[in-house]
Design a protein around this ligand. Sequence first.
Ligand code: SAH
Length: 346
Amino acid sequence: MRISESQILELKNNRDLKDPELAALIDTDEFDGLLFKTADDVRREHYGDEVYIRGLIEFTNCCKNNCYYCGIRRDNRNLERYRLTKDEILECCREGYGLGFRTFVLQGGEDPWYTDEIVCDIVGAIRKAYPDCAITLSIGEKPRESYQAFFDAGANRYLLRHETASEEHYRKLHPGSMSLENRKRCLFDLKEIGYQVGSGFMVGSPWQTTENLVADLRFLQKLSPDMIGIGPYLTHEDTPFRDMENGSFKLTLRMVAILRLMFPYALIPSTTALGTIDPMGREMGLRAGANVVMPNLSPVGVRKLYKLYENKICTGDEAAQCIECLKRRVEFAGYRIVTSVGNVKR
Ligand code: SAH
């Protein structure tokens, strides 16, 4: 089907288009200029020129899962594994707080070593030391009771990308021990408990079709998340997908812009994967509608080990260097980093 500029206005005004129109918009770069400009207008209406920062603490690269695309999958024997102690995590927070961070994101593989009790102990300690900060967890699929316990201990946001909303595509990316149904269950449980929830997907993951991307947008409409994280799929030599091609940079930017128009209020990070696939990726992501950046607060000694994909950026710098570099980049793109807990503006 052919679309025109009027569909972009319609997407802006109605926050929606019909499936074939969305598909056509995803498939063409003809309107990228207008699309990105319109997305930027909408982001400025809702968030001005503010960019929120989240301090990412990658606290374990051990994982019991075996996702075919991911570099820290269980069966990758070519990787030195690490776990941060509670004290090391608290030290990351202390440094981050001094640098202006008011959100800490604890991300890791699905690592049973961190029992619910241990997670609650860590979350509780951060909550006690930093009552004015948001605590975000990104530690995968858990029973509802565990999510409730983390919430009661003081966690208030959770990131869990659905990865792909199509059953058929999900099966091509994950082993039989995992299920899309459970992942979706987790997301709705998290919302019901009261977390601010983030979801999202990789762009250009192996065998992804335009219809799959439309299904991802439809799923997000149902979930109505506060945060939406996307990035290009990037290959990793020690996974079954080692011969697969990276996702497309331009398509990822287009998806960021489409997300901004469909979810004007959303917190959308300009991701590390976007900065990895192109040296100006994060700047371009901001200009296409993203309003969050997530610099790394992990100890420099372990950064190279949290390797989800090849050539990951920012693995050599201290946290203070990272934030300085990002400040410059954000300003260059035409925005401004703010020290604020950065809640969603619904
Ligand atoms: N174990 C947690 C955190 C996963 S890592 C969880 O299950 O949510 C965070 C995200 O990195 C994943 O959700 C996935 O979308 C992304 N990721 C993993 N491997 C990747 C790759 N090869 N290229 C790009 N993104 C990848």
